[in-house]
Design a protein around this ligand. Structure first.
Ligand code: SD4
Length: 344
């Protein structure tokens, strides 16, 4: 017996688009899939500097460009930002004074690429895109990632700034060379806020309804040399699926890695949760797994679904995200949080 679903599928294949109106006349048949409710392109990014990243992305999206090009442009903007000590060329180094960069990029069709612990290359997100487009692999790390970047024509240049070196020297005075997760802030006073967790996660939907995302960071400051966070791990710091939506994360990457967190957010949306609900549920999962640790670290999720609806949630207060759509809205929004602790 032919099932209703396979009948519908084979009918669509056989009949082609021209025959679709026949469905409207047949009240017993299921309607064809609703057209995507995209009222225009949209881009969202983590943290306040996401406003600048969104503007760079909007230059592509607003002209009808592809989401993938837009998120790469936004991420490159953040990587070049000379005021940002947590992404790209001005990032803080690890505990040995070495600046290592992590990045990933993902298209809604499932293609993805990433680099981890990359040294002396200014635009890891673009290297990640080359991994995606020009190799059979997804993730390149360390010296191999750098070798690939140079072969691809990226300039090798020392990136550590005087400011970052000075901050590292300051940290060494009090750290006793112990890596402390969540400790980029020199006062160590807060469980985590925008000053100590500032990965750029950027998600976009273009006019054709296609999604893409990118994530770029220098990772946790003063980390152990060789430590890789969530940002270059597809499914942890970033996940995108045209059928559902996209999610990205910022905060203490170990928690995202433990929970395959961005994948989790997308799968929750697949099960029917709104982007807000999915982000909140993923945060609650983090808390359930590590209730004590959750009190002293920051985890933040940002998501967009295939209709362009945006949602976010954080463990602690202080996570802001930027939304830009069709020139109508260019806003910085406060994410709701599980704990009301003020993180300033
Ligand atoms: C990491 N998730 O390497 C990154 C750090 C971060 O905002 O988000 N900073 O763990």
């Amino acid at each position: 017996m032919t099932s209703r679903r396979s009948f519908l599928h084979s009918s669509l294949l056989a009949a082609g688009a021209a025959a679709l109106p026949a469905f409207a006349a047949d009240k017993t048949a299921a309607p064809p899939p609703a057209p995507k409710a995209i009222d225009g392109a949209r881009v969202v990014s983590t943290w306040d500097f996401g406003v600048g990243a969104n503007q760079a992305a909007w230059k592509r999206l607003g002209e009808g460009g592809a989401a993938l090009d837009a998120v790469e442009a936004g991420a490159r903007w953040a990587e070049a930002d000379l005021c940002n000590s947590t992404v790209g060329r001005c990032g803080n180094p690890d505990r040995d004074g070495v600046l290592t960069l992590d990045a990933s990029i993902m298209d809604g069709d499932g293609r993805c690429g990433a680099v981890a612990a990359l040294e002396d290359i200014a635009h890891p997100v673009s290297v990640a895109r080359r991994v995606m487009e020009r190799t059979p692999h997804v993730l390149l790390a360390g010296a191999g990632a750098q070798q690939f970047a140079v072969e691809q024509g990226f300039a090798k240049e020392p990136l550590l700034t005087d400011k970052a070196r000075a901050a590292w020297n300051e940290w060494r005075k009090t750290s006793q060379y112990q890596p402390v997760i969540n400790a980029e802030r020199l006062d160590h006073a807060r469980p985590g806020d925008k000053h100590n967790h500032d990965t750029l996660g950027i998600l976009a939907i273009d006019r054709s309804g296609k999604l893409a995302g990118a994530c770029t960071t220098s990772g946790m400051a003063w980390k152990l040399h060789g430590r890789v966070g969530d940002s270059p791990i597809v499914g942890a710091g970033l996940y995108v699926d045209n059928d559902v939506g996209a999610a990205t994360a910022s905060g203490v990457g170990e928690e995202m890695l433990r929970n395959a967190a961005s994948f989790l957010v997308v799968e929750l949306m697949r099960q029917g949760r709104s982007p807000d609900e999915a982000c909140r549920e993923a945060i609650e999962r983090v808390v359930r797994k590590r209730p004590q640790a959750s009190k002293t670290l920051q985890v933040c999720f940002l998501a967009i679904d295939k209709h362009g609806e945006v949602g976010a949630h954080a463990l602690h207060r202080g996570f802001v995200y930027a939304v830009c759509d069709a020139g109508k809205r260019d806003a910085l929004l406060d994410a709701p949080s599980v704990y009301a602790t003020e993180q300033t």
